[in-house]
Design a binder for this molecule. Structure first.
Ligand SMILES: [Zn+2]
Length: 360
C-alpha cells in the first residue's frame, strides 16, 4: 500500500513520512480515529515506506522487492495480529491467507466485515493469549532482510489480558529494530499503561473535498468522513432508488386508474422475492405517511432525498384524513399475506385494485 492510494489525509501522510525521512521512528505508534477514516491503510503505507529501499516524492516506490512483498502482505519482517474466533481458525498464522485476501480487497477494513469474511459471522472475535508466545518467537529471530521488523496489531482493544500484559513488557523494553503499529477505533479501551508508552497518531475523519472526488454530495454529507460509511450509503441509496422507482410506478397506476400499468408493475415486482417485497411495502407506507404529513402542512422533508420530495409534493393532494388509514391498512394486509407465502402476484394486484377505490 502506497500513501498515494489513500483518500485524503495529506497532513497525516506528511507527518509520517517526515518522521521516517529524519530517522525519527518511534518504537510504537497508535493510529486511532473513527471507523473508515483510513487508519489501517495509513499504518500499512507507513510500514511499506519504512522498509522501502527506493523512497521518493514522499512515498514508497511500489516496485522494490520489499514493496512488492508489502503489496501482497507477505513481507517476512511484517507480522500481523488481529481478532479472530477459534471456530474460524486456530491462530493468526492459520488465518493469514484469509487475512491477506481480506486486506487485498480494500484496506478500509471493519471488524464486522472481517468477522464475516473469516468465517465467524456474528461471533465474538478476540486476539487470544496464545498469540503472545507466537509473536515472541517471531521477534526472537533475526530480521530476514529489512532494517525494521514491524508488528501491526489491528483492533488491539480486543487483546486478551495476558497478551496485553506481554505487549506492555515489550513496549517497556522494546526489541531493537522492531516497530509496533497499533490501529484502533476504540483507543479508550486500551490499558493506560500501554497508551503511556506509545506515540499517538490521530487520524481525523476524511475531509469532504477528498471524499467528494469519489462520491456524490448527499453521500459525502452522510458519510461524515468515513469511507466505509460512504460505501454503505451508496449501496443503500441504490436499493432505495429501486424502491422509489417501483413506488412511483405503483402510485401512477393507482392515481390514473390504469389497469395495464398496474398489471405490468405487478409482473415485475412479484419477481423480486418475498423479503424485498416486504421491505418495499414498508417503504410505500413511509411515502404514504410522509405525503399525508405534507398534505397537513407538516412535511418532515429533512428525511427525503430531492427526488422523493418532488414525488411526495405531487402525491400529497391524494392522501388525506379520509383515506390514509385505509391505505396503510391495505399495505399492512398485503405485507402480512406475503409473509404467509400467499402468491405474490395476486396479493400485489389485489392490493393495487383496493388502492384504486381508496385514492381518488
Ligand atoms: Zn520500495
Amino acid at each position: 500500500m502506497q500513501f498515494k492510494q489513500i483518500i485524503g489525509q495529506e497532513a497525516v501522510k506528511a507527518r509520517l513520512t517526515a518522521g521516517v525521512d529524519r530517522q525519527r521512528i518511534p518504537h510504537a505508534q497508535l493510529f486511532w480515529g473513527i471507523e473508515g477514516c483510513g487508519k489501517a491503510a495509513l499504518a500499512l503505507a507507513y510500514a511499506q515506506y519504512l522498509n522501502c529501499t527506493n523512497r521518493h516524492d514522499g512515498d514508497s516506490c511500489g516496485t522494490c522487492p520489499s514493496c512488492r512483498q508489502m503489496e501482497k502482505f507477505v513481507h517476512p519482517d511484517v507480522h500481523f495480529l488481529f481478532p479472530y474466533n477459534k471456530e474460524a481458525g486456530g491462530s493468526c498464522n492459520d488465518l493469514l491467507p484469509r487475512w491477506r485476501e481480506y486486506l487485498s480487497r480494500s484496506p478500509y477494513i471493519r471488524l464486522a466485515d472481517w468477522t464475516a469474511f473469516s468465517g465467524a459471522a456474528g461471533k465474538q472475535c478476540i486476539i487470544y493469549s496464545q498469540e503472545s508466545d507466537i509473536l515472541l518467537g517471531k521477534l526472537s529471530l533475526k530480521s530476514y532482510q529489512s532494517p525494521y521488523k514491524v508488528v501491526l496489531i489491528w483492533a488491539p482493544e480486543r487483546m486478551h489480558e495476558t497478551l496485553a500484559n506481554k505487549l506492555l513488557k515489550l513496549l517497556e523494553e522494546p526489541p531493537a529494530g522492531t516497530v509496533f503499529l497499533l490501529v484502533s477505533d476504540e483507543p479508550d479501551s486500551l490499558l493506560a499503561t500501554i497508551l503511556s508508552r506509545i506515540q499517538s497518531v490521530h487520524v481525523p475523519p476524511i475531509d469532504d473535498a477528498a471524499l467528494g472526488s469519489q462520491f456524490d454530495p448527499d453521500t459525502v454529507r452522510i458519510a461524515q468522513g468515513s469511507y466505509t460509511r460512504a460505501l454503505q450509503q451508496q449501496s443503500d441509496d441504490t436499493a432505495a432508488r429501486g424502491f422509489f422507482e417501483s413506488a412511483r410506478q405503483l402510485m401512477n397506476a393507482v392515481v390514473l386508474k390504469d389497469l395495464v400499468r398496474l398489471r405490468d408493475w405487478t409482473e415485475t415486482t412479484s419477481k423480486t422475492g418475498r423479503e424485498p417485497i416486504k421491505r418495499f411495502l414498508d417503504y410505500v407506507s413511509h411515502i404514504i405517511r410522509e405525503s399525508f404529513l405534507a398534505n397537513l402542512g407538516q412535511p418532515e422533508l429533512l428525511y427525503h432525498t430531492q427526488y422523493e420530495a418532488l414525488f411526495i409534493d405531487k402525491l400529497k393532494s391524494h392522501i388525506h384524513p379520509g383515506n390514509v388509514e385505509d391505505i396503510c391498512r391495505q399495505l399492512e394486509t398485503a405485507r402480512a399475506q406475503i409473509g404467509q407465502n400467499a402468491l405474490a402476484k395476486s396479493v400485489l394486484f389485489d392490493m393495487g385494485l383496493q388502492l384504486f377505490t381508496k385514492i381518488k
